[in-house]
Design a protein around this ligand. Structure first.
Ligand code: SF4
Length: 298
C-alpha cells in the first residue's frame, strides 16, 4: 500500500488506470530507493529511439559495405550526387539569405520578411558558419555576432516606420547590469531599484517609466523566454552581450529584437554597463512613425 501511493506521486498513471513502471520499481527498493524518481515511460522512449538509431545506422553501414564490395561505380555516383545536391542546397540557402539581407536593407521593406523568412536561416546556419570562418582568420566570435546584430538592427529599421504603442514594447535587461553589491532584488521587480545611480538600471527605469514601456531584469534565457511568452510584445528591446543577444534572437521566433550590446569594463557578466540613451532612443524611434532606426547607433 505504501509503495503504491508513492508511485502515484512520482510515477504516471497508465491508460488502463494502473500505475506504470515506477511503482513496480518501488516494490523492489521501497520508497527510499532512488529508482522511484525514474520515469518508466521516459526510459522506454530513450531505449526505443536508441534502438531505432542503432538499426538505422547499422543498416546504412551494411548497405555501404555491400555497395563498396559489389558496385563501386554506383557508390561513387551516389556520393557525387549527394555532395552536389548538398552543395546546391547550401549555396541556395546562402545566396537567398544574404541576397535578401542586401535587398531588404537597400529597399527598406518592412513587412517582417527578415524575422519571418530570412532571420531563422541566418541565425541558425549562416551565423554559426560565419563564426567558424571568422575564427580561422582571427575575427572573434563577439565581433562576428556583433556584426550580425548590426544587420538585425538595420533591418528592424524598416519596422520603425510602423507606429507602435508603448505597451507593445518590452525592454529586457541582463542581471549583470545591476551593480554587484546592490541589495535590491530588481530581477523580481525592477521598481525595487532605489535609483541610486550606481548602475544603468536607474536611468533606464526612469526613462522607460516615463515612456510607459514595461521593463524587466532577466536572470537568464529561461526567464526571458517566459516573459516574452507572457507579455507577447510586438518588439523587444534587449540589452546583453553579443552571445546572449544572438541566442535570444534565435529563441524568440519571429518577434523583432532591437539589440543593444552592453559594455563590460570589468569583464563578462559583472557590473556591465550600457548607455541608457541608446535604449531610450530605440524605444522612441519604435514608437514614432517614419523614423529610421539605423540612425540610432544601437
Ligand atoms: S541604480 Fe538601482 S539597481 Fe543599480 S545599484 Fe542603485 S538601487 Fe541598485
Amino acid at each position: 500500500m505504501k509503495s503504491s501511493s508513492m508511485g502515484m506521486i512520482f510515477g504516471e498513471v497508465s491508460p488502463s488506470g494502473g500505475v506504470n513502471d515506477v511503482s513496480k520499481d518501488q516494490t523492489v527498493g521501497g520508497p527510499d530507493d532512488i529508482r522511484v524518481l525514474s520515469d518508466g515511460r521516459r526510459k522506454r522512449i530513450f531505449v526505443q529511439l536508441a534502438a531505432a538509431a542503432a538499426v538505422i545506422i547499422a543498416g546504412l553501414l551494411m548497405m555501404v559495405a555491400y555497395l563498396l564490395v559489389t558496385r563501386t561505380e554506383i557508390v561513387r555516383s551516389a556520393l557525387v550526387f549527394i555532395l552536389q545536391a548538398g552543395t546546391a542546397t547550401f549555396l541556395g540557402i546562402a545566396i537567398i539569405s544574404l541576397g535578401a539581407i542586401v535587398i531588404l536593407i537597400a529597399t527598406g521593406i518592412h513587412s517582417g520578411y527578415w524575422e519571418r523568412v530570412v532571420r531563422p536561416f541566418v541565425v541558425r546556419l549562416m551565423l554559426p558558419l560565419a563564426v567558424v570562418v571568422g575564427r580561422f582568420i582571427g575575427i572573434s566570435r563577439d565581433e562576428v555576432q556583433g556584426s550580425f546584430l548590426s544587420v538585425n538592427n538595420a533591418l528592424i529599421g524598416g519596422r520603425g516606420r510602423v507606429p507602435l504603442e508603448s505597451s507593445e514594447i518590452l525592454v529586457l535587461l541582463p542581471r549583470c547590469l545591476q551593480w554587484a553589491d546592490c541589495p535590491y532584488k530588481v530581477s523580481q521587480e525592477v521598481h525595487q531599484c532605489r535609483r541610486c545611480g550606481r548602475c544603468a538600471i536607474s536611468d533606464i527605469v526612469e526613462e522607460t517609466d516615463a515612456l510607459g514601456v514595461a521593463t524587466f531584469v532577466s536572470t537568464g534565457g529561461t526567464q526571458a523566454r517566459r516573459l516574452v511568452k507572457e507579455r507577447r510584445p510586438k518588439v523587444i528591446v534587449a540589452v546583453a552581450c553579443e552571445r546572449e543577444l544572438t541566442e535570444g534572437i534565435r529563441d524568440v521566433g519571429n518577434i523583432p529584437v532591437v539589440a543593444v550590446i552592453n559594455d563590460r569594463p570589468e569583464g563578462p557578466c559583472f557590473n556591465t554597463d550600457v548607455d541608457a540613451g541608446c535604449v531610450t532612443l530605440a524605444i522612441k524611434e519604435l514608437i514614432a512613425e517614419g523614423v529610421e532606426l539605423e540612425d540610432a547607433s544601437v
